[in-house]
Design a protein around this ligand. Structure first.
Ligand code: FAD
Ligand code: NAG
Ligand code: NAG
Length: 383
């Protein structure tokens, strides 16, 4: 058994940013990570052509900028290099291959107790801490919807987090499910690699360009969300025109209103829309059922596919291993919406990286959480 002031679960951007902030405040902490590396989402579960969707100045972790020669939209490898550099600069040393199976607040001891498995040696370990920071992410596990017949699909299917490059699918009939950032970008990659590509669009979606997002980030400093959404609607009309005839409808509410109220991000087009307009990528509505390789859609059309890639989102898995965090986390493993500080529970429980606002929010969460812990420790020393 090992005891420390703070345990952080997860060594993604959230966990390492929090550890760095605590190290600067000289507060002892241990980071536990189930994978064998930091930033596993970026190193092991992201496609090759992924870049940061928003300009680099909005994607910094606390106290370290990107190199001045880094491109405005940092590619995946540049972001991985930044994470590795961040770790060594702030002396963050996660314990890898440690999967947290259970964490609960031990009322008698007044401390958090964690039961951890070393996934290599299968040795069980116990950690005890005054403070527990949950940093396991909004994307802990890929979601694949339940479609009649999927189990018997005669081709290959996977979640978008398992897709790395379109090259492997040249000449194949591939169906990508979902029109979010991953779905649209993977479809584009497949199409460019000469796979026969189709995409399923299940619900209305805002498609924008990264230039529009950059502009909106600046405008939002001066204008209301409604005004910015109105400007974006005009720009979208100019750039894309009406996409409904291609099977892509826009939601009633504006993109930044939806981001603010529901955490739903607009899709940033990387070239997929033009391929759809050229007829090179075909858009289908929801899938109705699967038989062998044949997929039938809700509009009655059907087609044969070799591969299905589900870009259908992710879920938090906090509820599976954390017991006693009910007043911070809801049933979906996200912080409850009515909390003032969406990063603070009781008995020294915190979370970083669940604000549905990417790296920008991760950075402010990590600073706020470490500052709060520091204040509590100092007050306690004085009392
Ligand atoms: C494809 C994709 C593209 C994105 N692009 C952007 C972008 O351009 N800009 C932006 O700001 N955001 C982007 N995001 C959002 C992204 O979630 C964040 O950038 C960031 O990676 C989240 O960091 P995190 O540390 O909170 O979570 P993660 O990076 O998911 O890290 C969580 C870590 O916790 C570990 N873990 C989980 N459960 C356990 C357990 N029980 N025990 C031990 N360890 C555990 C996981 O292995 C993982 O390493 C993107 C997300 C995806 C999926
Ligand atoms: C983590 O596990 C992998 C696979 O078992 C192993 O190759 C790697 O060396 C381990 N890493 C550490 C830091 O123990
Ligand atoms: C957290 O920190 C940011 C700045 O880093 C600040 O704007 C915000 O108000 C703080 N508080 C909360 C509750 O998030």
């Amino acid at each position: 058994m090992e005891e420390v002031a703070v345990i952080i679960v997860g060594a993604g951007p959230s966990g390492i940013a929090t550890s760095a902030c605590l190290n600067r405040l000289e507060i002892p902490n241990i980071v536990l990570e189930r994978e064998g590396c930091c930033g596993s989402l970026w190193k092991k579960r992201a496609y090759d052509r992924l870049k940061l969707h928003i300009p680099k100045q909005y994607c910094e972790l606390p106290y370290m900028s990107y190199p001045s020669n880094a491109p405005t939209f940092v590619p995946r490898n540049g972001f991985i290099a930044y994470l590795d550099e961040y770790l060594s600069h702030f002396g963050v040393t996660p314990r890898f291959n440690r999967s947290v199976g259970l964490a609960f607040y031990d009322v008698d001891a007044g401390k958090w107790r964690l039961e951890v498995t070393n996934v290599c040696s299968h040795v069980k370990e116990v950690y005890v801490a005054q403070f527990l920071v949950v940093a396991t992410g909004e994307n802990a596990e890929g979601v694949i919807p339940d479609i009649p017949g999927l189990g018997g699909f005669a081709g290959e299917y996977m979640h978008a987090s398992q897709f790395s490059n379109g090259r492997e699918y040249r000449g194949k009939d591939v169906l990508v499910v979902g029109c979010g950032n991953s779905g649209m970008e993977i479809s584009y990659d497949l199409c460019q690699s000469n796979a026969r590509t189709s995409i399923v669009n299940r619900s209305p979606v805002h498609v924008v360009t990264k230039e529009m997002v950059s502009l909106a980030m600046i405008l939002l400093k001066f204008l209301s969300v409604t005004s910015v959404d109105t400007i974006l609607a005009k720009l979208c009309k100019l750039r894309f025109d009406d996409l409904s005839e291609y099977g892509i409808q826009r939601p009633e509410e504006g993109p930044f209103y939806l981001k603010k109220t529901q955490g739903r991000s607009p899709t940033i087009d990387v070239g997929c829309v033009d391929r759809i307009k050229e007829g090179k990528i075909k858009v289908f509505p929801s899938m109705a059922n699967i038989q062998g390789k044949k997929i039938e859609f809700t509009n009655g059309e059907s087609n044969q596919f070799d591969v299905i890639i589900f870009a259908t989102g992710y879920r938090s898995t906090v509820g599976r291993w954390l017991k006693g965090g009910e007043e911070l986390f809801d049933d979906n493993g996200f912080p409850k919406q009515d909390l003032v500080n969406k990063w603070k529970g009781s008995n020294g429980l915190y979370c970083v990286g669940f604000a549905r606002n990417g790296l920008l929010a991760i950075s402010s969460d990590a600073k706020n959480v470490s500052q709060d812990i520091s204040t509590l420790i100092l007050n306690c020393q004085n009392c």
